[in-house]
Design a protein around this ligand. Structure first.
Ligand SMILES: [Zn+2]
Ligand SMILES: [Zn+2]
Length: 187
């Protein structure tokens, strides 16, 4: 599969941005520049030139990215992401500045927020192209509205990374293993 080297990182950036919108305790996870620098830094972005304009842009972007995880209809997801992409300052350029050929999609000199925007959109569109839009979903836990990116082979991820939800995921995996054992010993 021709996934970009930065693809998964960029999808995870989008997931983290969406999930900062409203945390389960009702507090916004992207209140200020420090929080924004931390979130982007965790996903490999160099944040030296992060500005308050970037913060404002990324905060406003979150509900628009969220749609890609909420919508069930693949054509709607693609139309939405394509529409967002048409707002971007895109100029694809192949580069090997870090040793491996990869595309930079934002025009040279674009702001950090623009680069995050363009790169996330391209990564989300590549997920749809290569894996299908149902890889982008909302967590199955009642009362959890977090987005998730399902990279499992068998399409089995149902819960996000929040602590309570991750525990459920462990329990579900344990039950699955027990079931497989029971079936195996039946035979
Ligand atoms: Zn690069
Ligand atoms: Zn969750």
């Amino acid at each position: 599969m021709s996934f970009e080297p930065y693809g998964e990182r960029a999808v995870n950036t989008a997931v983290a941005l969406v999930n900062s919108l409203v945390l389960s305790d009702g507090i916004d996870g992207l209140p200020d520049l420090d929080a924004c620098a931390e979130l982007l830094g965790e996903h490999g972005w160099i944040v030296d030139d992060l500005t308050s304009a970037d913060l404002k842009f990324l905060r406003a972007l979150r509900p628009r990215l969220r749609f890609a995880f909420e919508a069930q209809d693949e054509r709607k997801v693609v139309a939405h992401l394509n529409r967002l992409l048409s707002e971007c300052e895109v100029l694809p350029q192949l580069t090997d500045h870090d040793g491996a050929w990869h595309f930079h999609y934002a025009r040279p000199g674009a702001t950090l927020a623009q680069r995050v925007f363009v790169t996330s959109l391209m990564a989300l569109l590549l997920v749809v192209r290569d894996r299908g839009s149902d890889r982008l979903r909302i967590c199955a836990t009642d009362g959890c509205a977090n987005a998730l990116f399902d990279t499992t082979k068998n399409h089995s991820r149902r819960f996000c990374d929040a602590r309570t939800c991750a525990n459920r995921a462990h329990t579900a995996a344990y039950r699955r293993r027990q079931r497989v054992k029971a079936i195996a010993s039946d035979g």
